[in-house]
Design a protein around this ligand. Structure first.
Ligand code: AMP
Length: 186
């Protein structure tokens, strides 16, 4: 399966994507993880991305589209993937469309996980990540509302977006998702 997982920061996309990837034996592609690894490895990309991520803003579309194009250009990706953290802007979504159609991949499944902002703030400020201070969390949510929420509308206008309520235990939410995915697969 080829899955795009959407939803606000703190909703559990990363945790759920990992579980889905294990269960469906597909590749988990997280742009946040790729950037955090670049920061740890002190690469040029990491140096550029660090201050942007620490402020809760988005790394440029150009850089992110390059990363995704590269990550999808191998045989492993063809066998299936779940894209976590990308696309985050309309421009990224349009570029992804083009990349996937060049790869002749259609049948993309789009999942959207939801939760109310108070719950997201509570979860994120409890995670202990560098970009999880209250001011940065508020900014990440603002950036989400302004730049990323429209991505869901972009997909809704062309395909069915599977809505999942991101409230409950990790396991409950995961069961919910796997049930919905099994339904479309069969
Ligand atoms: P995440 O782990 O998905 O919450 O991403 C952490 C941070 O990495 C975000 O707040 C952004 O600064 C950056 N980032 C991750 N993915 C993207 C993307 N597709 N476009 C722009 N910035 C991104």
């Amino acid at each position: 399966m080829y899955i795009i997982i959407l939803g606000p920061p703190g909703v559990g996309k990363g945790t759920q994507s990992k579980l889905i990837a294990e269960k469906l034996k597909i590749k988990h592609l997280s742009t946040g993880d790729i950037l955090r690894k670049a920061i740890d490895d002190k690469t040029e990309l990491g140096l550029k991305a660090k201050s942007i991520m620490d402020s809760g803003e988005l790394v440029s579309d150009e850089i992110m589209i390059g990363i995704i194009r590269e990550s999808l250009s191998n045989e492993e990706a063809r066998k299936g993937f779940i894209l976590d953290g990308f696309p985050r802007t309309i421009r990224q979504a349009e570029s992804l469309d083009k990349i996937l159609s060049d790869m002749k991949l259609n049948n993309i499944t789009v999942l959207n996980i939801t939760a109310i902002e108070d719950e997201l703030i509570k979860r994120m400020t409890g995670r202990g990540r560098d970009d999880d201070s209250i001011e940065v969390v508020r900014n990440r949510l603002k950036v989400y509302r302004e730049q990323t929420a429209p991505v869901k509308k972009f997909y809704s206008s062309k395909t069915k977006v599977i809505e999942v309520e991101g409230i409950g235990s990790v396991e409950e939410i995961n069961n919910r998702i796997i049930n919905l995915l099994t339904r479309i697969k069969s």
